[in-house]
Design a protein around this ligand. Structure first.
Ligand code: ADP
Ligand code: MG
Length: 274
């Protein structure tokens, strides 16, 4: 009896040991596979992130170039025919004048297309790497005295280790200055301007928050239109935010606005990380 029990116990211990060995072998294999999977995931994540940024910029440039090319070709043809037609009419006749108007308008379109092609050539992807924190700091140094003079308190919160974006420093400084100027105009009796940066896996964000006059939704829906201004003649051109939007567009960046009358306004800029 005792011997039988001893034998059974020994057998169970052996079975247990075999099982444990199998489990630990399987576990180590699983751990290894898991590690491989994690690495693959990371690689995939890095690759897609790099590609999406680059591809988006390339695609934007490509579309603009194709569009300019497609429009340019028939325009050249039209302009050639109109010039031929012009020789059929006496110089001072009404028809000749009309044709002259058509030619002038065609030239205007050609100019727009040329500019579009130029911009494509020096497109977003060819802007050098840029640290937005440094550029913002430079902008503050420039505007600080004006802010103090207007009793506007500046609160700055720049994220550490902010990733780079590709950008034209001069053009983007123009963007920041426009936003600061608008905030100043919205706080004639002084106030607070908060500027911050942040980032996630794909994007770098810059926020401008003021506690000035704010806007209703009807107004904020129009602010990016050229020549839209609520300011009196001589004070506003209505071109500031139109230019801001255009420059950001050239950088494949986006701008959004949130505002409430009497409360203030928040502009949020989103750039693609490089
Ligand atoms: P401008 O400053 O010459 O009027 P902008 O294009 O810079 O032209 O701005 C258009 C309009 O958007 C302004 O007239 C104003 O009504 C509104 N706006 C822009 N920024 C702000 C802001 N921070 N607070 C309130 N309103 C603003
Ligand atoms: Mg303005």
């Amino acid at each position: 009896m005792m011997r039988q029990i001893r034998e059974m116990t020994a057998e169970r211990t052996r079975q247990n040991e075999i099982l444990q060995e199998k489990v630990s072998a399987a576990t180590s294999e699983l751990t290894q596979k898991n590690e491989q999977l994690e690495n693959a995931n990371l690689e995939l994540f890095r690759a897609t992130r790099k590609m999406s940024g680059m591809e988006r910029r390339a695609a934007a440039g490509q579309t603009a170039a194709e569009f300019a090319h497609e429009v340019g070709t028939p325009l050249n043809l039209i302009s050639g025919h109109v010039q031929l037609l012009q020789t059929n009419f006496p110089k001072e006749s009404k028809d000749a004048t009309r044709l002259q108007t058509i030619i002038a308008q065609i030239e205007r379109i050609e100019q727009i297309v040329r500019e579009m092609l130029d911009r494509t050539r020096f497109g977003a992807s060819e802007h050098p790497p840029l640290n937005l924190n440094e550029l913002l700091q430079k902008t503050f140094d420039a505007v600080e005295p004006t802010l103090v003079e207007n009793r506007v308190e500046l609160k700055i919160d720049l994220a550490e280790n902010l990733p780079l974006v590709s950008g034209d420093a001069d053009r983007l400084q123009q963007v920041f200055l426009n936003l600061v100027n608008n905030a100043l105009d919205a706080m004639p009796a002084g106030g607070k301007l908060e500027i911050s940066t942040a980032f996630n896996a794909n994007e770098v964000a810059v926020e401008f928050i003021d506690n000035g006059a704010g806007m209703d939704t009807d107004t904020s829906g129009k602010i990016f239109q050229p020549l839209f201004t609520t300011k009196e003649r001589g004070r506003g051109t209505g071109l500031g935010l139109f230019v801001v939007n255009r420059i950001l567009h050239e950088h494949a960046a986006k701008i959004t606005v949130e505002s409430e009358p009497e409360k203030g306004t928040k502009f949020k800029l989103l750039f693609q990380r490089i």
